[in-house]
Design a protein around this ligand. Sequence first.
Ligand SMILES: [Zn+2]
Length: 232
Amino acid sequence: MKLKDIVRNIKGLVYPDLCMFCHRDMPMEGHPFCLRCKVYLPLTDHFDNSENEVLKHLWGRIIVQHAAALFYFDSRGRVKEMMHRLKYKGYRSIAIEVGKMAGSAYLTSNLFHKPDVIIPVPQHKSRHRSRGYNQSAIFGEAVSEVIGVPMREDLLIKTSTTPSQTKKSRIERVENVLGTIEVVSINELVNQHVLIVDDVITTGATIESCAKAMEKIPGLKVSVLLMAIAKG
Ligand SMILES: [Zn+2]
């Protein structure tokens, strides 16, 4: 046994990694929550609903083939807790688990058509440096593995840090985010069906700005996949 494994075993005895929700059962190794809690997470019906909340958010703003979120934010706050831990506490395993679940839902959906490429919503370099990872890219990578479609993190980039948006109106936010996202290689996206992936949709401004950055590319189609959305 390697020293690393011995240390992990000892750590496991003293501080077993308990399920983040029930704090009782132990999840399978590398998983953030146990199987029992997983069953009760608030799934949406978006993968088989052509009038779902994500689509309604984007209506009249961008043209999408299909769009879906895997989870609703529930009143018990479990999905909120997941998103918080993923964004601020370094729990990458959450994005992997949610990505695998979303990928599986995608495969059984009658509405989604397989995209050619998955593109995560880009993060500015400074944000990436401070957090150490882009949670949307980890999510996208897990989806990519399940549905067998490559993910490209280098095709869309964010070129300047968006100032704090919390006090601004929705219109300003769109303008604010627009123009900061750039397509790196237009040629590679001609006639491609792009699946944009992100963690949470609030106003939809980020997704809109990604799609708008690509909208002049000939033959380009866009679909959207998210981890979670508030119930409308
Ligand atoms: Zn549990």
